[in-house]
Design a protein around this ligand. Structure first.
Ligand SMILES: O=C(O)CCC(=O)C(=O)O
Length: 319
């Protein structure tokens, strides 16, 4: 097992004004010492990039980007989705269950009831066109794509590659019968979208691990453990870390009084992770083109999104 733990960031609390009135405690970047940057590796023009497959950059977010991201988060209304649809209970006996955490997607939305994007066979009626990235995330992904092109080998980057889809995961405590239940984890899984994925973390740090494939109930010793700190960027791809290994979030450190925006009824967020992925454009469909029964499955979620999102309100009108 390899332990990689390089962050020098600490997190502290301060209040953050949101557009809808209440004040939330939000993470701030506090650096105990100036960021140290490694000099760029010398690389001749004819030399192919050497893929390490995994990169971790602490202190990636600037203070301005961090503040812009918090302001953007405050404008969101994440939803609770159910894994699998009620229809699968009837046809395949698989019960629909609520995800551990609220989520929001940008670029395209992979509704959990549609069982996510899984090429090569399951690519149709899986990804529904969603809101574009806000300027701050647009800037960040262009920068990340440049890094990816520098450090991955050409065959590890599919043609047409761009990080056009973002899953925003909210980690924290769910209120249940007056108690707080910590749901801040993700079980071992693979991201099936082609090419490297990149993720940016905000708030309490998370214990992220790559594990060998195998049955979910089998205990698995990690292949690589990486603490994902506040303001960090992680990129992984290639066969070793993306195609062969699974990954999971084992736990998220206690955030003290951290309560990140937006306010989500019945939930307290101490960490937010943005995972950027690539879905080929031909597999992203507008809601109006989604076929049945997928369209019927996602409609309750789209109706909920449309209450706050002009994008989804228009998508509903066009059906
Ligand atoms: O929260 C994280 O750092 C990872 C999330 C993740 O594994 C995923 O979205 O597939």
């Amino acid at each position: 097992m390899t332990e990689s733990r390089t962050s020098a960031w600490a997190s502290a609390s301060s209040s953050h004004d949101t557009s809808d009135g209440p004040r939330y405690v939000a993470a701030r970047l506090v650096s105990p010492r100036p960021p140290t940057r490694r000099p760029p590796a010398a690389r001749g023009p004819s030399r192919a990039p050497r893929s390490v497959g995994h990169e971790y950059i602490p202190e990636f977010l600037s203070a301005a980007d961090h503040d812009a991201i918090l302001a953007f988060l405050a404008s969101l209304h994440p939803i609770w989705e159910k894994r699998y649809s009620e229809r699968r209970v009837r046809t395949e006996g698989i019960p629909a269950r609520q995800l551990l955490r609220p989520v929001y997607w940008l670029g395209s939305w992979q509704f959990a009831c549609l069982d996510y994007y899984r090429p090569p066979r399951h690519v149709h009626d899986r990804c529904v066109a969603a809101e574009p990235f806000p300027p701050v995330l647009e800037r960040i992904v262009r920068n990340v794509e440049r890094r990816i092109r520098r450090s991955f080998r050409p065959h590890e980057i599919p043609s047409g590659y761009s990080l056009n889809t973002c899953l925003i995961n909210f980690y924290g405590h769910r209120e249940e019968d007056g108690r707080l239940i910590d749901t801040a984890r993700v079980g071992a899984h693979r991201d099936f979208e082609p090419g490297p994925v990149a993720s940016v973390s905000i708030g309490a740090r998370a214990l992220f691990q790559f594990v060998p494939p195998g049955r979910a109930e089998q205990p698995k010793a990690p292949l690589l453990t990486q603490w994902l700190d506040h303001g960090s960027l992680q990129i992984f791809g290639g066969s070793q870390w993306k195609d062969q290994a699974l990954h999971r979030v084992q736990r998220v450190a206690s955030g003290g009084s951290l309560d990140l925006p937006p306010r989500i009824p019945g939930f307290h967020t101490r960490r937010v992770n943005f995972t950027f992925r690539y879905v080929p454009e031909q597999h992203v469909v507008p809601l109006a083109d989604l076929r049945e029964p997928a369209r019927g499955d996602v409609m309750p979620y789209v109706e909920e999104l449309a209450r706050f999102s002009p994008f989804f309100a228009r998508a509903m009108d066009r059906r």
